[in-house]
Design a protein around this ligand. Structure first.
Ligand code: SF4
Ligand code: FES
Length: 338
C-alpha cells in the first residue's frame, strides 16, 4: 500500500492551503487563486526551468515554517522558492512586496518603449498590466532607450528587440519544443539581446509557440500583424485534424475571417497544449476547423470589452435594470394614453 505523502500547510495573505512538498510559493498561491497570486513575467509552468529572471513575483515570507518560524531576511522569488510546512507569505498584504514590484516594473520599463498604441500585444500584454498597476506616471531616467530595428526571423515571426524584457521564455520554449534551437540570448548585461545565430531563420515545426510564450510584444505573428486590435476579435475554441499536434486551438475571428490562431491559454496566459506551425500560420480558412464555441475570457480583460456574450455573473443585475427601464417605459406610455 502506498504511503500518503504529508501535505504542507501554507498561508498566503491570510488564506491557508495544503500543498504537496516541493510546491513553489507561486503554485501554492495559484492553488488559492484570486488577487493573492503574484504576477509572473518569466515563469511559465509548462516550460521546465523557466522563472527566476524577472523578479516580478517577489513576496515576503513572514514566517519560515512551523519548525523555524523566523521570517526570511529578504523578499524571495515565489516562482523559485519551495514551501515549508507552516510557512506564512505576504503578497498584497506586504508593503515591501508592493514597493519592490513597483521598482521591478520601473526597471523593466527602462528600455521598453511605450508603444502600446501600435503594438500587436496590447490588450494581452503582461507588462502593460503590470505598468498599469504599479508603473510611475513618468520615467525618472534621462538616458536614451536601447533601440534595435525590427527583424524578420523566419517567414512567420517578427522580432521587436526593443520590447524584449529578456525573460528567456522563447529560448526555453524553442529548446524544449523544437528539434534544434536557432536563437538565444547573445552577449551579457545591458548588451544582452535575443538573436538568431548567423541570421538564421526560425522555421522549426513548433517554433510559432514562442509567440504565445512571449509576455510582451517582442515576438509577433507576421501573418496577423496589424490585422486587428485584439479586443475587436472574437476568440473561439476550435479543433482540426492534424498529424503533428493535437489541433486544439483558439481562432481569433472577425466575422468569418480568421485573423490569427493561437494555443489555448489558461488564466495565467500559459498554453495548455502546443500547436504546430501549419495549424497556427497556414490554416486560416474556416473549412479546416470545427468550431466548438466562444472561448471564455476573464470579463475584466480588455478583450471582453467587445462583448460577444452577456457577462455570466451579472445576469440578475442586467435583467433588473432592463426590467426597470421597461416598466418605466410602460408606465409613461400608460400615462400618455390617460
Ligand atoms: S523575445 Fe519575448 S519571450 Fe523572448 S526573451 Fe524577449 S520578452 Fe522573453
Ligand atoms: S516570475 Fe519569478 S522571477 Fe520571473
Amino acid at each position: 500500500m502506498s504511503e500518503e505523502v504529508k501535505k504542507f500547510k501554507v498561508t498566503v495573505d491570510g488564506q491557508t492551503v495544503e500543498v504537496a512538498p516541493g510546491t513553489t510559493i507561486l503554485e501554492a498561491a495559484r492553488a488559492i487563486g484570486g488577487k493573492s497570486v503574484p504576477p509572473a513575467m518569466c515563469y511559465y509552468k509548462p516550460l521546465e526551468t523557466s522563472g527566476g529572471r524577472c523578479r516580478t513575483c517577489l513576496v515576503e515570507v513572514s514566517k519560515g515554517s512551523d519548525a523555524d518560524p523566523r521570517p526570511m531576511p529578504k523578499l524571495v522569488a515565489s516562482c523559485r522558492t519551495t514551501v515549508m510546512d507552516g510557512m506564512e507569505i505576504k503578497n498584497l498584504q506586504s508593503e515591501k512586496t508592493q514597493e519592490a514590484r513597483k521598482a521591478v516594473t520601473e526597471f523593466l520599463l527602462v528600455n521598453h518603449p511605450l508603444d502600446c498604441p501600435v503594438c500587436d500585444q496590447a490588450g494581452e500584454c503582461h507588462l502593460q498590466d503590470l505598468g498599469y498597476e504599479h508603473g510611475l506616471e513618468r520615467t525618472r531616467t534621462e538616458f536614451e532607450r536601447r533601440t534595435f530595428e525590427p527583424e524578420d526571423i523566419g517567414p512567420y515571426i517578427k522580432l521587436h528587440m526593443n520590447r524584449c524584457i529578456l525573460c528567456a521564455r522563447c529560448v526555453i520554449a524553442a529548446n524544449q519544443l523544437t528539434e534544434k534551437r536557432e536563437h538565444g540570448i547573445l552577449f551579457r548585461g545591458d548588451h544582452a539581446e535575443i538573436s538568431t545565430y548567423l541570421n538564421k531563420a526560425l522555421d522549426n515545426d513548433f517554433i510559432g509557440n514562442v509567440i504565445d510564450v512571449c509576455p510582451v510584444g517582442a515576438l509577433t505573428d507576421r501573418t496577423a500583424r496589424f490585422a486587428s486590435r485584439v479586443w475587436f476579435t472574437k476568440p473561439m475554441d476550435a479543433h482540426c485534424s492534424c498529424d503533428k499536434c493535437s489541433g486544439k486551438a483558439v481562432l481569433w475571428m472577425k466575422g468569418d475571417e480568421i485573423i490569427r490562431v493561437t494555443t489555448r491559454q489558461n488564466q495565467y496566459g500559459e498554453s495548455e497544449e502546443w500547436i504546430c506551425n501549419s495549424c497556427r500560420f497556414e490554416k486560416k480558412e474556416l473549412s479546416y476547423w470545427t468550431i466548438e464555441g466562444p472561448r471564455h475570457i476573464d470579463r475584466h480583460s480588455v478583450i471582453s470589452l467587445n462583448h460577444y456574450q452577456k457577462p455570466q455573473d451579472e445576469p440578475v443585475l442586467l435583467d433588473n435594470f432592463q426590467a426597470k427601464q421597461l416598466s418605466e417605459k410602460d408606465e409613461a406610455e400608460a400615462n400618455e394614453q390617460i
